[in-house]
Design a binder for this molecule. Structure first.
Ligand SMILES: Nc1ncnc2c1ncn2[C@@H]1O[C@H](COP(=O)(O)OP(=O)(O)OP(=O)(O)O)[C@@H](O)[C@H]1O
Ligand SMILES: [Mg+2]
Ligand SMILES: [Mg+2]
Length: 490
């Protein structure tokens, strides 16, 4: 890999070489190779090779969040509260946020004071890490060959520590990638607090096919000596969390929806978001108490908290964008539970409106995704009318002419399947089986799907607009938002 150029685009090209190719993923799957403790060992070796000790991470005052759904949202709440506190009281001076996935640009995953780091800063730190790994003599370690690099998500995790330590971050909020126990973020030994969001079924191959197996992984982020928080979970998940907390002698608090949220305008106004906000409050309180803030008295919510919770902007989640002929409802839900939530949100938003409805859906990687359509269908169903007047299944390929935007190149998907739109035809079949008269189309790119919805709107009366729901994948949602806004990063 030539890294002669040192621009942001060069960094993204180099980063994309660290994606595990589709055929290797398949081989590993067939061989039953699942994440295990070796990833943690490997990350510790890499941290050492780029010049840091594990204890350096303690300086970052890390808030660590795992869960099946609501991780990013919970992290965003914590980050927003800390941001308000900084504006009002000057502390923490600088906050870091590490989240995944990205919507438009990879650099959205590493944020300072809530903003994605700049292309310049990303490129600089990306190649610092690259060079350090190449040049490090490294200890002779067969599992981690000299000069090697961690895979994509792990590389970004490693790089985030370098960024945050170099930039003098006071508090860093970390979202786990997959699971918890063996996730790259989990080398952190002394988080200020850990939070576990709603547990459900996802990443079945890596984590297991039942909620209790999944809970075991997520519980792996709880650390002895650090407080941990979660919200009300299903019985089987709760048992595992409680037992793991006991094993680790962790004081795990199970929170009811915070009564202080009464009157606080959390968006969307839905139970799941109040649970995320509840967790966000508890995590922010723990950090701010450690920093000696006077805004944490436990009785009422300080203005910094309310402003943070109300002002948080979390792109690609329950977003409404209105243009001349179309009202876009955009949500990156991609599990059965969260799609139910998203479809219900859409239905409530458009309640009483008479314009045509359109759905743009894709979910490339999850084999169970065909069944997700049932969640959407049952939540959005209408009496005497089609659920959606136009149903479009597209791939996550961004543009008609130029294909993927660089930040979306995906070697992990089966290129043949994408080309032949195999899953999209499966979705078409499923939707048609549920609703034989529906107008369903399969289109190769996000751009074409957007064009078709706009075309649907162009013939309408002045005061009528198409209500479109775009959902099923954050890649799809990111691509769509990027196109609707012509933005570089969100
Ligand atoms: N607590 C929750 N329970 C169920 N669904 C939720 C919850 N929080 C958020 N969602 C839904 O899931 C979508 C994604 O939320 P978010 O990005 O916060 O989750 P995440 O855990 O970071 O997901 P990912 O695994 O993609 O990183 C939201 O748009 C919303 O529809
Ligand atoms: Mg996930
Ligand atoms: Mg996320």
């Amino acid at each position: 890999m030539s890294t002669a150029g040192r621009t942001y685009n060069d960094a993204i090209d180099a980063l994309n070489t660290l994606q595990t190719p589709h055929d290797i993923i398949e081989q590993r799957r067939k061989a039953g190779i699942r994440p295990d403790a070796s990833s943690i060992k490997e990350m510790k070796v890499y941290l050492d090779r780029i010049g840091y000790k594990l204890s350096d991470l303690t300086r970052l005052n890390i808030v660590h969040v795992a869960g099946t759904k609501g991780k990013g949202s919970t992290c965003a709440f914590v980050d927003a509260i800390l941001g308000e506190h900084r504006r009002m009281h000057g502390s923490p001076r600088k906050t870091g946020l590490f989240i995944s996935p990205h919507l438009i640009a990879v650099r959205e995953r590493i944020r300072i004071n809530s903003e994605p780091i700049s292309e310049e800063l990303f490129a600089k730190y990306f190649f610092d890490v690259w060079d350090r790994l190449e040049k490090s003599p490294g200890a002779v370690d067969e599992a981690v060959p000299q000069g090697s690099k961690p895979i994509y998500a792990r590389y970004l995790t490693l790089m985030s520590w370098h960024v945050f330590l170099q930039e003098g971050i006071d508090v860093a909020v970390y979202e786990t990638g997959i699971g918890g126990e063996f996730d790259a973020t989990n080398i952190v030994e002394n988080p200020v607090a850990s939070g576990i969001t709603s547990l459900g079924i996802d990443h079945v191959f890596a984590l297991g096919d039942t909620v209790d197996k999944i809970a075991w992984h997520k519980a792996g982020i709880m650390k002895h000596g650090s407080p941990a928080f979660t919200i009300h979970q299903s019985e089987d998940a709760a048992v595992v969390l409680t037992n793991r907390a006991l094993e680790k002698s962790v004081d795990l608090k199970v929170l009811k929806v915070d009564p202080r949220l009464q009157g606080v305008r959390v968006r969307p106004d839905a139970l799941f978001q109040k649970k995320n906000a509840t967790l966000g409050i508890a995590l922010a309180e723990t950090v701010l108490r450690k920093l000696g803030s006077s805004d944490v008295d436990g009785t009422s919510l300080a203005k910094t908290f309310i402003d943070g919770l109300e002002g948080v902007i979390f792109r690609g989640r329950c977003e409404v964008k209105e243009e001349e002929r179309v009202i876009w409802h955009v949500d990156g839900a991609h599990t059965a539970d969260s799609l139910k939530v998203a479809a219900k949100w859409f239905t409530e938003e458009v309640d009483g409106r008479t314009g045509p409805r359109a759905l743009i859906f894709n979910q490339q990687g999850r084999t169970e995704a065909v069944d997700f359509l049932e969640s959407i269908h049952s939540a959005a169903k209408r009496e005497g009318k089609p659920t959606f007047d136009l149903v479009l299944f597209c791939t996550n390929v961004t543009y008609i002419k130029t294909g993927y935007k660089r930040d979306f190149v995906n070697h992990q998907a089966d290129a043949r399947e994408v080309h032949d739109m195999v899953v999209q035809h499966r979705f078409e079949e499923k939707w048609t089986a549920m609703e034989p008269t529906a107008k369903v189309r399969v289109v190769p790119t996000i751009e074409e799907a957007i064009e078709q919805v706009r075309a649907q709107g162009s013939g309408l009366d002045q005061n009528v607009k198409v209500d479109a729901l775009v959902t099923g994948s954050l890649h799809l949602v990111g691509g769509a938002l990027g196109m609707l806004e012509q933005a570089d990063a969100l």
